[in-house]
Design a protein around this ligand. Sequence first.
Ligand code: 89Y
Length: 341
Amino acid sequence: MEERKLKFAVLGTGFWANYQIPAWQELDGVELVAVYNRTRAKAAQIANRFDVPRVYDDAQALLDAEELDFVDIITDVDTHPHFTELAARRGVHVICQKPMAASLTQAQGMLSLCQQQGVQLYIHENFRWQAPLRALKRALAAGTIGAPFKARVSFCSAFPVFENQPFLAELDKFILTDVGSHVLDVCRFLFGEARSLYCLTKRVNPKIQGEDVANVLMEMESGLHCYAEMSYASILEKESFPQTLVLVEGERGSLHLTHDFELKITKKSGTESEVVEPVMYPWLDPDYAVVHSSIVDCNRDILRGLQGGTSEMTGADNFRTVQLVWASYESAATGQVMRWK
Ligand code: 89Y
């Protein structure tokens, strides 16, 4: 018997909705019935482009009128708690874009509220779903390089990110919330939880409010040393946006995920290499290909959760990443090493 399609609405029709919506349309099992934006014309434009039947400029009115299984919140970060609350109080499951909230306390509040209301909360955190990172994880898990002891996870770029997402330039807390949410989550995905963390931050670009460089050194519970570096001030020989580059060293060799999705495996006997391309969907922006492509896999995983299976993307799991982001700010502000356990 065919499974019932889950009905959902998208709240927020900015930059990311242009990719989030077609990514949902790649999957069976869901039906987008309405979109909301505070500017009705913007919602109507997206609805028109993606054949969405109904448009709202009042999120409460949407929730009152529509029979929904879940909402996908793609609004600015400071509104995530508000829209989460509206949906949760209606008994509608919530998917919310990363970063979960603008503070640790608000993120905790979203978790608690969804729990109290008996609705599921998922965080859309797609970097860990990138095809090359999945291939690297498989190689690690297969024991190809033996036990890993050291890693560098790197997102350093000079891509003009503020052109597509101008609000990023206004954030007091920029790179750790915007990119650190991804990079620190990738560190957890690959190497497990952190035991301690030390962070330094800097602003290089004088035209933005927040920090555009952050360097985080963690000792993971496994004992592995993990250096997570991120920057939007890096004018390098080869631009890597939006790829996360990773070097992992193990007892018997190393794994190097480098530019153009090339994964190199080096052992004493030599180096082997494969290219792990993302699926090139027709709707994706080639500048963001590996990210946009991973949205489909991330959504598929969340849908599995909503259908009663397991998902990696629960709010409770992502909260551990949120804790790393805010511990990084605290470490940078105090000069202290943050420790857990
Ligand atoms: O907003 C960010 C994201 O989620 O991926 C890259 C980005 O678009 C700019 O840093």
